[in-house]
Design a protein around this ligand. Sequence first.
Ligand code: ADP
Ligand code: MG
Length: 339
Amino acid sequence: MNLESLGEFGLIHRVKTLFQQGVPKGCVGIGDDCAVVPLDAGRRLLLTTDMLVEDIHFLRSGITARQLGAKSLAVNLSDIAAMGGVPHSAFLALGLPREIDGDWVEAYFSGLHALAESTKTALLGGDTTRSPGPVIINLTVAGTVPAERIRYRSAARPGDKVLVTGTLGDSSAGLLVLQSGGAASSADERLLARHLEPRAHLEEGQWLSSRPGVHAMLDVSDGIDSDVRHILEASSCGAEISLHGLPLSKDLRESAARHGWDPLELAACGGEDYCLLLTAAEDYAATLQAEFAARFGRPLYPMGTVTAAPGVLRYVNGEQEHTFRRKGYDHFAAHEPQG
Ligand code: ADP
Ligand code: MG
């Protein structure tokens, strides 16, 4: 089996197929942001796990231990947010190489603790071991959600509007700032902060999932080029995304112009924005946007429309079709490590 040609998602598909028979009745297994397990008559348990490996997901010299503590929880909370859930508890498995000192670990825990406290996520256990090489961090988070509020990737319908809860590309621009040796402007600094200190859109997810007109939802971790495709595959439909609709922050525009980056490519193909991507009924989307803006004081950005063509993602610039050279993130594709 050639992992590079199979790809990260091909491998996940194989695991899913192999283990599908064993999924208990009423549970939802591999394929969405969280697994879903029946809890009581009205509620479901959500379970998700995410791993951060040094030199793949972060460089030890590029992020403080405190930031890493918070980020390792935030990326898991983002998956809970994507299902409309409320976080409940977490388990932490840590692999630490010899050269890591007590101060680093203290700072890591202080970052993790601050976010756990503010989101009411209780750390209930974990495991600690030596690592022969990189720092390895694996967090598992459990949450709860009323059954009718769960939003699956498979619920998109042709005609739906595609929307996102935040600007895109800031985090991957922040990574470029890091890789180019550091911030050269205050816009660069804010992009770097977006990369190092992501925020899970928990309140947004809970609010959106209370709206029946919101259909499919996931969090943007791999970049929308990949993440929209995840919705399309699960829902057997297609999408047309307008280049003008890709929400770009002022900071991204400014830094992209300064450094010569393509802001649209960063927005479409860069990952780790951790905002929520959703589809909503066509006749409800405008109301949803207005209600969201009133509730959160920020826009819910419309980017495009779901189509009936299974698996076909088109980017359009007026009448013209646009293609990006770069693809969304795949861990087994040949590429540079992340910062
Ligand atoms: P996300 O980016 O939302 O965390 P992933 O792309 O990492 O989701 O994973 C997609 C789905 O595949 C999830 O349901 C996840 O639980 C599952 N998955 C990923 N890796 C594995 C694995 N090694 N074994 C079992 N399930 C996996
Ligand atoms: Mg996710």
